[in-house]
Design a protein. Structure first.
Length: 199
């Protein structure tokens, strides 16, 4: 994952995997933070009150550097980590997967559990629509009327947008541009009398 773009999923998706008599239902969903993950995972668990476990993994951060996995009572490393590996394998972030298990009476053993949790997560993620997001940075721009149209054109050419503008003695605009663009534009803008305050 680059620092200027990241991949996540567009919405919620599910996958169902059966191993012997056990049933695994996985739900994948986009998340903004850990609190949102907990809220969604709790609701998912409440939808399946008779399931034995609600195991999960999530990844957060533009570079995918915040990660967590939980086995929820399954043998250590047999549930959360296989789920986490599936999310990692697709290069996703801001994404969580929770898996409920209905026990069918036959023990699967550690290899069986690792396979089942990983497969259920894979099925849910395979059903998801993966999207790429550009990381944006924001700044407040101030310039004379004679520079506004040129500044606006450069913002648009670089894939940015103006979210707010005020025209008084001078022009003030709040802009959003792809991360790293400001560093490229600021030296030139300074020479033209355009000031920019990153937010």
């Amino acid at each position: 994952m680059s620092t200027g773009r990241f991949r996540t999923i567009a919405g919620t998706s599910e996958g169902i995997y059966r191993e012997l008599s056990s049933k695994f239902i996985a739900r994948a969903f986009p998340i903004a933070d850990e609190a949102e993950f907990r809220s969604i995972a709790d609701r998912f668990g409440n939808e399946h009150p008779s399931s034995r476990h609600v195991c999960y993994a999530w990844i957060l951060g533009e570079a995918g550097d915040h990660q967590r996995a939980n086995d929820d009572g399954e043998p250590s490393g047999t549930a959360g980590l296989p789920i986490l590996r599936r999310i990692r394998s697709l290069g996703l972030t801001y994404c969580g997967v929770a898996v409920v298990r209905y026990f069918g009476g036959t023990l699967l053993g550690k290899p069986g559990l690792i396979h089942a949790y990983g497969e259920s997560a894979r099925l849910a993620l395979d059903a998801a629509n993966i999207v790429e997001h550009v990381v944006m940075e924001r700044a407040v721009i101030e310039c004379g009327y004679d520079r506004f149209d040129g500044m606006k054109s450069e913002v648009l050419v670089h894939g940015g947008r103006i979210t707010e503008s005020v025209f008084a003695a001078r022009c003030t605009a709040t802009i959003e541009v792809p991360k790293g663009t400001l560093a490229e534009l600021l030296p030139k803008w300074t020479l033209l009398g355009i000031s920019a305050k990153p937010q």
